[in-house]
Every structure is written in structure tokens, then in C-alpha cells.
Design a protein. Structure first.
Length: 199
């Protein structure tokens, strides 16, 4: 169920929220976001007090869960639309829904144990820390917000994976392969087929 604060809600908004929810789940037929009850669209970015018009640091584009917000996701409507309108590596809807997938094992820690098969868990953790270090050293094109913590890293690179898979595969091939394992996707195969058909 979707609602809005300070802005009108239309079918396009509902479609973009639904798309954000479905994109990470293509490889998981029948999966449900059991902890999510409501998605609220705000008129713009907001602060820690959920205020879009007053106060400092109104730079939050999306939020899920947290104190007093169990079962609720808040998204900035302009940011949601922007993620689907241009070919960038950012998509706030995908970002927040990946946080929900990450938390399905009981912890939002960047290690989606429910999704990732056991043999890939240690390689994922090692690569994740290696990539976070590269971001902190300015040696990566991954959004710097991904270096905040492991949970943010997973959501940030998932945006990259779904928004610009060809670039991620080219610039971060090991990361790309493990994200294919996490999301049970064969995007690399699809990209190869498309390349061969265009050739």
C-alpha cells in the first residue's frame, strides 16, 4: 500500500514503487516483503525528523524501518522518478528494497545470507571490504555513500548492478559475478547475447 505526504500520488508513482520492489526479486519467484506494510512518498528530500520544508540537513532520499517506523518505507518522490528517468547508477527505490532483502536474515549488515549460497559468503565479505577500502581511498567509481557501512555498500552496488550492469561488469568484474549470485541473475549472459546480436 502506498500513500503520500505533501504531494499527489498517481499510477506512475505506484508503478515506480512496484518496479523498485520487483527488480531485485526477479530471481526469487514468490518472495514477499513480509515486514513492509506501507510505502510513503514525500514531496522531496527530508531530514531525521521527517521534515521536508524546515530544519537542517534535508538530504535523506529514502528510509526503511528504524525506530518507530517498523513496516514503513519513505521515499522522496522526485528521487524515485529520477532513478528511472536517466541512465545513472542511482535508484533510491531499489536501494531501499535491497535493505529489506538484506534484513530478511535478521540483520541489515550487507551480507544477505538468505539470498547468497554458503560457499559465496566469505568471498562476498572479503570483496565487500576490499571495495569499501577502494572507495575510501578514492580509487573506485562506486558511489562514496557505499563506504558508510556494509549495509549501505550492498544497497549502493545493487543500484549500480541493476542500473548500469555493463559498466559494473567492465569496471568491477568480481563484484558483478557475486551480485549475479546474490540476485540469481544471468545479466552477463544477456549482455553477451545482446553484444553478439548487434555484431
Amino acid at each position: 500500500m502506498s500513500s503520500s505526504v505533501g504531494t499527489e500520488l498517481d499510477d506512475t508513482d505506484r508503478l515506480l514503487v512496484a518496479s523498485s520492489a520487483i527488480i531485485p526479486l526477479f530471481g526469487f519467484p514468490g518472495w514477499k516483503y513480509r515486514k513492509l506494510k506501507e510505502v510513503i512518498l514525500y514531496e522531496g528530500s527530508f531530514n531525521q525528523d521527517y521534515d521536508t520544508r524546515q530544519g537542517e540537513e534535508r538530504n535523506i532520499l529514502g528510509l526503511v524501518g528504524g525506530s518507530g517506523m517498523t513496516g514503513t518505507m519513505i521515499l522522496s518522490k522526485p528521487a524515485l522518478h529520477q532513478g528511472f528517468e536517466n541512465h545513472c547508477t542511482h535508484n533510491v527505490g531499489i536501494h531501499e528494497f535491497v535493505h529489506l532483502l538484506d534484513s530478511a536474515d535478521g540483520g541489515t549488515d550487507g551480507v544477505p545470507e538468505v539470498l547468497l549460497e554458503q560457499p559465496f559468503l566469505i568471498p562476498w565479505v572479503k570483496l565487500m571490504h576490499q571495495e569499501i577500502k577502494a572507495i575510501l581511498e578514492g580509487a573506485s567509481d562506486i558511489n562514496p555513500y557505499g563506504s558508510t557501512n556494509e549495509a549501505e555498500f550492498l544497497s549502493v552496488v545493487s543500484e549500480y548492478f541493476f542500473q548500469q550492469p555493463h559498466l559494473l561488469e567492465k569496471r568491477h568484474p568480481e563484484l558483478f559475478v557475486l551480485l549475479e549470485k546474490i540476485f540469481r541473475q544471468d545479466i552477463g549472459g544477456l549482455l553477451q547475447d545482446r553484444h553478439e546480436n548487434q555484431g
